[in-house]
Design a binder for this molecule. Structure first.
Ligand code: SAM
Length: 282
């Protein structure tokens, strides 16, 4: 018989669950949730409902923002003893504005295997339907509640050129969008994704001013929202604008690769800088 010390360490499975539509629970998530020794869940009632909707019963441990630090040692102990534990949040992907990173960090530090069971997240769902550039983006989670702190955070983001993703509660949506318009400019393009994957799913697009004007009227202030805001336009230095002009003239007669090489030679800018500029403006 193997003693407790000889048993291999267990596995922590980080499992994504639906953000509204139960049909989005993956086959693998079902298998893992049905096989683990225990499930650490942000909201035990919600997880029990999810499990019963797929005919599963499991041992569920409450694991939320207020008890994460206190519960982590006991969960680590069980993992060290060879148990398989799943971590789920209220909805979506754990750790994305949800508890869990301390547990994952501690498990990794202990040499415990941590496996992902990816699933839905409001971040990727919103980005996939918002119609704004998604090649580079920043996820800002929830903005601070206090106006002054929120203003400071937004000020730090005013010149951010990547698309920005925010979570916002319905109660603060109006104030946040108005503050975004004030600090980023009313004409900045944005989108709000409401009730993703649910019956009343809808994406509203336009300038911040247009979206603000529709709030409470065309845009019902009910449900869950993700706010996506376009990045600021990059201001090019004069030599960069000139390089772009030369590049586009050369492109009239040459393939882009050759045009970039010649442009670099003419302007003295490194070829990768010329390439970077042309990609930004593509
Ligand atoms: N971990 C989750 C995820 O990966 O999607 C996010 C958890 S965070 C506590 C909850 C916030 O996500 C909500 O306040 C809202 O901003 C956003 N959210 C969650 N579900 C949503 C949905 N179905 N439609 C729009 N936004 C949603």
């Amino acid at each position: 018989m193997t003693s407790k010390q000889d048993r291999p360490a267990g596995t922590l499975h980080v499992v994504g669950t639906p953000i509204g539509n139960l049909g989005d629970l993956s086959l693998r998530a079902r298998e893992v949730l049905g096989a683990v020794d225990a499930i650490a869940a942000e909201d035990t009632r919600r997880t029990r409902r999810l499990l019963s909707s797929i005919g599963l019963k499991a041992s569920i441990i409450a694991f939320h923002d207020h008890n994460e630090a206190e519960r982590t040692p006991a969960l680590l102990e069980r993992l060290r003893d060879g148990e398989a534990i799943a971590l789920v949040s209220d909805a979506g992907t754990p750790l994305i504005s949800d508890p869990g990173w301390r547990l994952v960090r501690a498990a990794l530090a202990d040499g415990i295997e941590v496996l992902s069971v990816p699933g839905p997240s409001a971040v990727s769902a919103a980005l996939s339907v918002c119609g704004l550039p998604t090649d580079r983006f920043v996820f800002e989670g929830f903005l601070p509640r206090r106006r002054a702190q929120r203003a400071a955070r937004l000020e730090a983001l005013r010149n951010e050129t990547r698309t920005m993703v925010f979570f916002e509660s319905v109660h603060r949506l109006d104030a946040t969008l108005r503050q975004l318009a004030e600090q980023f400019g009313a004409q900045r393009e944005a989108a709000i994704a409401r009730e993703l994957t649910k019956l009343h799913e809808r994406v509203y697009t336009g300038s911040l001013a247009e979206i603000c004007a529709r709030l409470g009227g065309g845009i019902p202030l009910r449900g869950e929202f993700v706010v996506v805001v376009a990045g600021a336009h990059e201001v090019l230095r004069p030599e960069e604008s000139e390089a772009l002009r030369i590049f586009s003239v050369l492109c009239e007669d040459l393939p882009p690769d050759r045009a970039a090489t010649l442009c670099a030679r003419i302007t003295g800018l490194p070829r990768n800088v010329v390439y970077g500029l042309t990609r930004k403006k593509a």
